[in-house]
Design a protein around this ligand. Structure first.
Ligand code: ADP
Ligand code: MG
Length: 695
């Protein structure tokens, strides 16, 4: 209790340190998501600075989230010269707005370098905080980042816009249900974060982990995760003490780190905070990833955030638990207990179903990256096909709605919208389908497709906006209604008919589902270059423009940035593989082959009667694999060069996927075959057994 939030300039600190009128003004701004009143900026800045300096801060920074996916900061000290020395100063202007040079951040053609100025503006709904790194303390001000002409250059700006869109449309629906008190609806998110830990010494000996964050070579050890003994197992002491420090750091930052456990793969773990408003959850998830990485180093470990650090065992994702809550304290995805609450719940639920079905492609694209391609559709995590899990009871209710509430359910009750009460839905975990990409879990949806490295902003921008659109269409239909209950029932019935195809309660990993989904006409997009195209379809552009979340230009720039990131990632991986093959694996194989050859001649020299067939066979196998590796290195170099020469980015991304990636797999197979036959004394890389089991 003493340390929680101690590094946050939160509402308690504000109340204590700001003049009453200023505090009230600022609180209103925060609660209602309004722009900051410039007349109070100086007072707030001074209070913030005094608080920060008392705690040892020397610098401040506008902390933002450019398109790189990580956070960015440029620190300035509070030092200001005076006639007789210096003072520590921080003005309202410095708090509210920053002007970092934006030329070195990805902009997808939005900003020419001659007008490289970017602007950061305080998102005062997300509190300022102190970051402690070694013994340096910095005041961080969460900001949005845009260009001189107002285009978003970051992940925060469109997220805030999407939250606004959702609020506007959800309020229209609440008003239809007679709610006049709610003034805002915010989306809430609780992201579960998965990660791996490896000993630092192994990490430093693996160029692939250092360069690409994942192993590009590596034969499977005798044991993987098949014993199912790691998941929820007792946590090793070294990891316990790491987690303890992670929690302490997070609690100081006001992050409600709550749940922690061993994950499925050896060396894999998870941490989850308690849900919050989406933009704060987004900031906090960035801090979680940052703290996980930083604290690991203090424990001589490296935190691998990559979606698939090790082939053959589970990869890491991020489960995005999502709901909507109104300013009068309702969770809009909670079924409630009265017929009235139930009807409202079913309306929001059906809007979600409609949104997910109509914009499945966008949801898929929001989770597309080179790293996540190793998970989605690869027989783990959710598949690449978007479907929704509702659970048995809700699925049955959906069926009844579709049939117009005439048939009674198995439980005997009959559902009439706004008249009858829904049976209580189970909230326990037994009813949960762990294979569904978009699962209802009693009072929220869990979107499970996100990769572990992702900023959660992208997927939540999509979720907020598509649901805003579905709610908008509902509100447009119902607002003029003379008989609300009857019209609502009709609307929900039509929606159920049209969109029930996206509901699937079975095993998402099965081959039958792939077939069935195809019959239902659901999208199954296998890889990133294909998935990203969904971001710039006409429907997507119309949607985002209509809700003022992205301009068409912004959307295209994002598409370009993401395709480029895909290409760059694969390029780095391919170059790293070539380097490792040439500089460590092939030389090791050659030396070992020489030793085997020398052994053959040495033994044969003693007596021609001694059997050297084992050594000979080994030498043959070594030489064959070596020769295959040599050919595949050359071939990879060639396809890489060809791909890099392609100027059209779509064609280039496809070439990376089809040619470069395919060759990388072949080269990996050569390396893994060699690893299995080369003497441990000669093998130059830490093995999977060491990395996964030695913590
Ligand atoms: P599980 O692993 O069973 O899915 P966890 O406890 O690991 O469950 O994570 C569940 C997450 O869902 C937590 O972060 C929790 O705070 C969050 N959550 C609960 N209610 C809501 C809600 N209304 N909106 C968003 N997230 C929620
Ligand atoms: Mg979960």
């Amino acid at each position: 209790m003493e340390i929680f939030g101690q590094n946050v300039f939160n509402q308690d600190v504000m109340r204590e340190r700001l003049p009453k009128a200023v505090y009230k003004n600022l609180k209103k701004t925060i609660d209602e998501g309004l722009p900051l009143d410039p007349s109070i900026a100086d007072v707030v800045a001074t209070a913030m600075k005094e608080w920060a300096v008392e705690r040892g801060a020397t610098h401040f920074t506008h902390w933002f989230q450019p398109m790189t996916g990580v956070t960015a900061e440029k620190q300035d000290s509070f030092i200001t010269p005076t006639d007789n020395g210096i003072v520590m100063d921080f003005s309202g202007k410095e708090l509210v707005k920053g002007e970092p040079d934006a030329s070195s951040f990805p902009s997808g053609g939005l900003r020419a370098t001659f007008e490289a100025r970017g602007y950061t503006a305080w998102d005062c709904t997300s509190p300022a905080f102190l970051k402690e790194e070694a013994d340096a303390i910095t005041l961080c001000i969460p900001t949005a980042f845009c260009s001189y002409t107002g285009e978003a250059l970051d992940k925060k700006t469109p997220l805030l816009r999407s939250m606004e869109a959702l609020s506007t449309q959800a309020l229209r629906i609440l008003r239809l249900f007679g709610n006049q008190t709610a003034t805002r609806v915010t989306s809430t998110v609780g992201p579960e974060q998965e990660y791996f830990l490896v000993d630092k010494s192994y990490f430093l000996d693996r160029l692939d982990l250092v360069m690409a964050g994942r192993t590009l070579f590596g034969a499977m050890p005798p044991k993987g995760q098949e014993m199912e003994d790691h998941y929820f197992g007792s946590i090793k002491e070294r990891v316990v003490s790491y987690m303890k420090e992670v929690n302490t750091e997070l609690w100081k930052l006001g992050v409600t780190a709550k749940t922690q456990h061993n994950e499925v793969a050896p060396g894999q773990f998870e941490v989850a905070p308690i849900f919050e408003t989406t933009n704060i959850a987004t900031d906090h998830n960035q801090l979680v990833m940052d703290v996980l990485k930083r604290v690991a180093i203090r424990h001589d470990m490296i935190c691998l955030m990559h979606e698939k650090p090790f082939a053959g065992v589970n990869g890491s994702g991020k489960h995005n638990n999502w709901s909507m809550s109104s300013s009068d304290g309702q969770n809009l995805l909670d079924p409630g207990k009265t017929p009235h609450e139930n009807a409202q719940f079913l309306t929001f639920l059906m809007a979600t179903i409609k949104a997910v079905d109509e914009y499945a492609g966008l949801l898929r694209s929001s989770c597309a990256s080179a790293g996540n391609d190793h998970r989605l559709g690869a027989n783990e995590a959710p598949p690449a096909i978007i479907s929704m899990f509702l659970g048995e009871q809700l699925a049955e209710i959906l069926e009844q709605i579709e049939k117009g509430a005439t048939k009674s359910s198995k439980s005997g009750s009959e559902i009439k919208i706004g008249v009858t009460t829904l049976p209580a839905l189970p909230k326990d975990t037994t009813d949960r389908n762990r294979t569904s990409p978009f699962a209802f879990t009693g009072n929220r949806f869990e979107f499970r497709m996100l990769g572990s490295t992702f900023s959660i902003s992208g997927p939540n921008i999509v979720i907020n906006t598509i649901i805003a659109e579905a709610l908008k269409q509902f509100a447009d239909t119902l607002e003029g209604s003379k008989d609300f209950t009857a019209d609502l029932e009709k609307l929900l019935q039509e929606t159920a008919k049209k969109h029930k195809r996206v509901v699937f309660n079975g095993n998402n990993y099965s081959d039958e589902w792939v077939e069935e989904a195809k019959k239902r006409g659901l999208l199954n997009i296998p890889n990133t270059p294909e998935a990203l195209k969904e971001l710039v379809t006409k429907e997507a552009v119309d949607l985002f423009v209509a809700h003022k979340v992205f301009t068409e230009k912004e959307l295209h720039s994002r598409y370009e940035i993401m395709v480029e990131q895909y290409v760059k990632t694969l390029n780095i991986e391919a170059l790293t593989m070539i380097d490792m093959a040439k500089h460590s694996i092939m030389p090791a194989a050659t030396s070992f082959a020489t030793e085997v050859a020398q052994s053959i001649s040495a033994v044969a020299a003693v007596s021609s009667k001694i059997d050297v067939s084992a050594q000979t066979e080994l030498l043959e196998e070594l030489s064959n694999n070596l020769s295959s590796m040599n050919k595949n290195v050359k071939a990879l170099e060639k396809v890489l060069e060809d791909a890099l020469n392609i100027t059209d980015i779509d064609t280039q991304a496809a070439a990376f996927r089809e040619n470069v990636f395919a060759k990388m797999l072949e080269l990996r197979a050569d390396g893994d075959a060699l690893e299995k036959i080369i003497s441990a004394d000669y093998w130059p890389l830490p093995t999977y057994a060491e990395m996964l089991f030695n913590l």
